[in-house]
Design a binder for this molecule. Structure first.
Ligand code: SF4
Length: 467
């Protein structure tokens, strides 16, 4: 058992996160009391005490990183970067340092980021510079959540509910109320959606009639004249039908996401997905026939017992379908998922292999003309690896880039929706949440509207769209 004493260093939470990059939570503990009393020297071998004179956050992280590296023999690729958005940080560095070379040098020398990850950050930043236009003063991102799925995946930690027996009709009615309310408030302020993203859950768990009904209300509630992209995350291939795709396309969406996660039938069974690889291929065929301009496909590296070869075969099989976007996720084993209950050390056991999977995926996708355009890190991912969105040039998702760069107000509707609103006065983003339980959301819909009114649309608060 390792023992860590953070002393007077700020950012205890980040230090703890960093320790987790090296060790499972069960293998270290944080000391509340200074272990260094008169007569206790030297400290035991597995004890790290941040010295008294370190009071800077990054200095403390550097010290802990070096000590843990020396003790465990590991050197995690992301160094002392603990945040979710490394590309955003690199963008800020670029503004100050002036050149990409200087940013890369800082990432490697000050933040101990490996050369491979520093290159990844730099190339993602370069893509964003080309693909992400300036946002306008009245443009917002709009997210609409459908929290239902056909079954629950083994690794799922999202607040999603089985559609079987769920009060779907009541949920749609509450959501429509929130859509109309938000549309009215946005019109009063002269705000318009730059992008619309219907996500989940699995939005295509709904019937084609329910989808048309919902999307008709979206169309009539918002001024979509500046909307540059409209995405529906279809998600599970077993919920996709021609009728639904026609309904979605007719209602104005031009992008769709088909998320197989793996093309290996055995893996799909192991993770609790009821679809087959053939259904994925069928869903692509239908989506092409219905004329979606961009199809995204999600895969996950590190799924239960999936080998590197199987992962690579999955990726190649998917590439044969010609998706314009591919998002390569690293499995995240979060508390609340069934997998975390079965094997809480899964992330640490499989980290090295997952590292090779994501590195091979990078090489493969670059060689086929894709480029990374957004990336983010999550907690408890296998081997601490990241999630990367790749796109063919020109097919990048504006919504995804803006979410990661936090340079626009995003208004989220539906159960679990977390809006991010820019407050001019304090120059910061403020979050305005809806409740995540969908039944409570239905029961308390009027309260959700009041939260939006006060948190987003109150004129005294000086909220704006552009950051
Ligand atoms: S499709 Fe996504 S939201 Fe639904 S159960 Fe699986 S991981 Fe959770």
């Amino acid at each position: 058992m390792y023992e860590l004493y953070f002393n007077r260093a700020p950012g205890t939470y980040n230090l703890q996160e960093m320790a987790r990059m090296f060790l499972p939570s069960s293998e270290f503990r944080i000391l509340d009391v200074d272990p260094l009393t008169e007569g206790t020297k030297p400290l035991p071998e597995k004890m790290i005490r941040i010295p008294d004179d370190i009071t800077d956050k990054n200095e403390a992280k550097s010290y802990l990183f070096q000590q843990l590296s020396a003790l465990t023999g590991q050197s995690p690729d992301w160094g002392i970067l603990t945040g979710v958005r490394p590309v955003k940080l690199a963008g800020d560095m670029l503004a100050a340092a002036g050149s990409l070379e200087a940013v890369k040098e800082r990432l490697q020398n000050e933040y101990y980021v490996s050369e491979a990850k520093a290159n990844l950050i730099i190339s993602t930043l370069q893509t964003q510079k080309i693909a992400m236009p300036e946002t306008g003063p009245s443009l917002v991102g709009l997210y609409i959540g459908i929290p239902f799925c056909p079954t629950r995946c083994l690794y799922c930690s999202f607040p999603s509910y089985s559609i079987q027996g769920a009060a779907v009709g009541a949920y749609i009615e509450a959501l429509k109320k929130e859509i109309r309310f938000t549309g009215e408030k946005m019109r009063e302020k002269g705000w318009r959606p730059e992008s619309v993203y219907i996500g989940g859950g699995t939005p295509t768990s709904l019937t084609s009639e329910e989808l048309s009904d919902l999307m008709d209300v979206i169309r009539s509630s918002f001024d979509l004249k500046d909307c540059k992209e409209y995405t529906v995350e279809a998600g599970r291939p077993d919920t996709i039908t021609e009728e639904k795709l026609i309904a979605i396309r007719r209602s104005g969406a031009d992008r769709i996401s088909i998320n197989p996660q793996s093309m290996n039938p055995e893996t799909l069974k192991r993770i609790g997905r009821a679809h087959t690889p053939e259904q994925v291929i069928g869903a692509f065929r239908l989506a092409r026939a219905v004329d979606f301009s961009v199809i995204n496909a999600d895969v996950i590296a590190g799924l239960l017992d999936e080998t590197q070869e199987e992962f690579s075969d999955s990726l190649n099989e998917l590439l044969e379908q010609g998706p314009e976007n591919i998002t390569v996720h690293t499995l995240s084993v979060k508390r609340g998922s069934q997998l975390a209950e079965i094997d809480d050390k899964y992330s640490y056991r499989t980290g090295t292999q997952v590292g090779s999977m994501v590195a091979d995926a990078y090489q493969c996708l670059i060689s086929k003309g894709y480029r990374p355009y957004y990336l983010y890190r999550q907690k408890q991912t296998t081997g601490n690896h990241e999630n990367i969105g790749y796109a063919k040039p020109g097919a990048e998702s504006l919504y995804n880039m803006r979410i990661m760069e936090e340079n626009q107000t995003v208004i989220a509707l539906g159960a679990g929706g977390g809006s991010k609103v820019y407050k001019q006065k304090d120059k910061r983003l403020e979050r305005v949440f809806n409740v995540s339980n969908y039944q409570i959301y239905i029961d308390r819909i009027n309260e959700m509207l009041l939260r939006k009114e006060a948190g987003i649309f109150d004129d005294r608060e000086e909220t704006t769209c552009q950051i």
